[in-house]
Design a protein around this ligand. Structure first.
Ligand code: PMP
Length: 396
């Protein structure tokens, strides 16, 4: 059997040898990795989760270990609705407007698979979340990126690009309005309003990928676009991965009831349902406010780590590192004067540090002087040491 003959083009379209290579380095103990995007296990409320899982299994093992509805179990959806209303200003969501998913990644996959035809345009921020790029490319979409200037999406540029695409080809606007991955930029209320206005003008559907609104380090929870959406054109997605634990694989999507009904059909043929036990556990963690309590801990630990990284970048690089101090999220995305981060990656590895070269994250107008640096996983002393090693590798 020839494997090539067996396969469609899909595996080739989603492969990313570059990232695979980089991630392979992360197992080396002598290397400080700032390249990944993992939470600090210190933020997992493991004792509370153990107790909750025990209770769930004692009280309703028959339900928790059973198949469940493809759109999500009613208890979890109910808790999500009140959680969004309490914490995000997203009010009045109906049960039928939610699809629970195996991480928000699955929700994005189901959406892409169900909406994109070859040549459809997806308007993104540039740079953007690389797994979304692979996914949109897998369905042969055309990615049209607009720059982020001084921490704000250039909505005028987006509008120009929308105008240049025939209306029937304008499919989705995919954005991360708070703590954009990778840049850490957060849209102001004004930018959000303007973006919604442009979406309205061109009758576009906006996908808001929002893993980070809930863990803002400046003490305020920004309003998601969805909370400002009067015409129902925002499809909202979020996740339990950053506020609870990614291993539970729980995300959710909020959208028009008719759309959700169609997407749930597709999800059903992918995995029948999202992990039932995880949903029982998360529903109870929401109900007992374990998650709201945990959010405070996540903010405390990550604020401190973010500050360490930002301070060390300023101390080590002075004005040669240019970045937006992220209000939330897991990364600092920095440009380094006169440095080709791609070309110097091997040298950085020799010095014992790994980062994600920024060029991998652009869909157009690629820049080679950027790096995405994760501050959530490494301990604070390693963050400091990692940044110093980068300075050695870049400027000697
Ligand atoms: N969107 C963005 C912007 C992310 O950063 C991530 C996780 N890195 C995801 C979606 C997927 O997260 P999950 O599937 O764990 O919810």
């Amino acid at each position: 059997m020839n494997i090539r003959d067996l396969l469609t083009d899909l595996p080739r379209k989603v492969e990313n040898p570059d990232l695979d290579k980089i991630l392979a380095y992360t197992v080396r103990r002598d290397i400080i990795s700032l390249a990944g995007g993992l939470p600090d296990p210190a933020v997992f409320p493991h004792e509370q989760l153990r107790e909750i899982a025990e209770t769930v299994l004692r009280e309703d093992y028959a339900g928790a270990l059973q198949y469940s509805p493809a759109s999500g179990i009613p208890e979890f959806k109910r808790e999500l609705i009140s959680f969004m209303s309490r914490n995000l200003g997203i009010n009045g969501v109906k049960d039928e407007e939610i699809m629970v998913s195996s991480g928000s990644q699955e929700a994005l996959f189901v959406l892409a698979m169900s909406t994109l035809r070859t040549g459809d345009a997806v308007f993104t921020e540039n740079p953007t979340y690389y797994v979304a790029v692979s996914l949109f490319k897998a369905f042969d979409a055309k990615l049209v990126g607009s720059p982020i200037v001084k921490g704000q999406l250039d909505v005028d540029s987006l509008e120009k690009k929308v105008k240049a695409v025939p209306p029937e080809r304008r499919k989705l606007v995919y954005v991360m309005p708070n703590a954009q991955n990778p840049t850490g930029a957060s849209m102001s209320e004004e930018t959000k309003r303007y973006l919604l206005e442009v979406a309205e003008r061109y009758d576009m559907t906006v996908v808001e990928d929002d893993p980070y609104s809930l863990i803002n380090y400046e003490g305020k929870t920004p309003r998601p676009l969805k909370a400002m959406d009067k015409s129902g054109r925002v499809i909202y997605m979020s996740t339990m991965s950053k506020v609870l634990a990614p291993g539970l694989r729980l995300g959710w999507m909020v959208g028009d009831e008719g759309l959700i009904r169609e997407l749930v059909k597709v999800k059903q043929v992918i995995d029948l349902n999202t992990n039932t036990l995880s949903q029982y556990v998360a529903a109870r963690a929401l109900k007992t406010k374990v998650i709201e309590g945990n959010i405070e801990k996540v903010k405390r630990i990550y604020t401190s780590k973010r500050n360490v990284m930002v301070d060390e970048l300023n101390d080590s690089f002075k004005d040669r590192a240019e970045f937006v101090k992220p209000e939330s999220g897991m990364f600092v995305f920095s440009f380094f004067k006169g440095v080709n981060t791609r070309a110097l990656l091997e040298r950085a590895v020799e010095k014992g540090v790994l980062y994600l070269p920024g060029d991998a994250l652009y869909v157009a107008d690629v820049r080679y002087d950027a790096a995405r640096l994760n501050f959530t996983l490494p301990p604070e002393d390693k963050i400091r040491e990692g940044v110093r090693r980068m300075k050695e590798a870049f400027y000697g």
